[in-house]
Design a protein around this ligand. Structure first.
Ligand SMILES: C[S@@+](CC[C@H](N)C(=O)[O-])C[C@H]1O[C@@H](n2cnc3c(N)ncnc32)[C@H](O)[C@@H]1O
Length: 265
């Protein structure tokens, strides 16, 4: 990942993330849909949602906010990209949206929200620890944070990294696509950051064992390893089954962390 200024300016610029982040029209759209189903069914267990306040960091194109914001008394979706906020706002003008850098939520009071959501975005923050600290600060005691991100040791990553290594060795100047704005953290490191800021891991849900693995050749052509998106879609139920199998599911593509803010006092 490049330096903080570069990365933040990248996301603030028009025509960057909006071009490549299309979760409802992606090779892995069924995985993204499943993620929302998992979160929605988790939320259903809370009978008092209509009295609760929720904040979403990096709302993107509204994949989570659009289906769930009405369940809450108050919902605020935020993002560093004004363009992404505009796209989401056009889909539902009643959704409350605001610009915010997840690493600095200065306009938000301490201990205000019952829920904080942050999906597929922590990997794009140059200093994720700052965002985790902010999540904890704005959450009420016993509040819940749901954070999802790429698993550093997924089958997808292991295969992609070994393909990239081959190209890196053979072609000078080859840069794997996305590496300038993307950084994955090992589970151990993430756990340390969560604990440091009083966020206790209640559950880790593994998601997406079998997904089409896209990689770039040295002349920037997109190719798929093992199977195509079509086959990946056909294998979606098998993927869900594999996601449930302990040890095997350590290789899943994404991890959803359910965190609770605890107090040590
Ligand atoms: C891969 S998209 C995920 C969007 C959405 N959470 C989802 O899962 O569909 C990453 C999002 O993070 C936002 N983002 C990147 N850096 C950010 C930052 N420092 N603060 C807030 N949002 C940021 C981007 O603008 C983009 O909307």
């Amino acid at each position: 990942m490049k330096d903080s200024k570069y990365v933040k300016n990248y996301f603030k610029r028009k025509g960057t993330v909006s071009k490549w982040w299309n979760p409802t029209d992606d090779d892995c759209k069924h995985i993204y849909i499943r993620e929302i189903e998992i979160i929605s069914s988790f939320l259903k267990r809370d009978n008092h949602l209509n009295r609760k306040k929720a904040l979403e960091l990096s709302v993107g194109k509204g994949r989570l906010a659009l289906p769930i914001h009405n369940l809450f008394q108050e919902y605020l979706g935020t993002d560093i990209s004004e363009e992404m906020l505009q796209i989401t706002w056009r889909k539902d003008k009643k959704l409350n949206l605001s610009y915010a850098d997840a690493e600095n939520l200065e306009s938000i009071k301490d201990d205000y929200y019952d829920y904080v959501f942050c999906l597929a975005a922590l990997v794009h923050y140059p200093h994720p620890e700052n965002a985790i600290q902010e999540i904890s600060r704005v959450l009420k005691e016993k509040g819940t944070a749901i954070v999802s991100l790429d698993n550093k040791y997924s089958l997808k990553r292991i295969i992609k990294d070994s393909i990239n290594k081959r190209y890196l060795k053979n072609k000078e100047g080859f840069e794997p696509q996305g590496d300038h704005i993307f950084q994955i953290y090992p589970k151990k490191e993430l756990k340390k950051m969560f604990i440091k800021y009083n966020l206790k891991i209640q559950k880790i849900i593994n998601l997406g064992m079998l997904i089409p693995i896209k990689y770039q050749t040295s002349n920037q052509k997109n190719k798929y390893f093992l199977f195509s998106p079509k086959t990946g879609y056909r294998l979606r139920y098998l993927s869900v089954v594999l996601d449930q199998i302990p040890i095997v599911n350590k290789l899943s593509t994404y991890n959803i962390y359910i965190l609770k803010k605890i107090s040590f006092n």
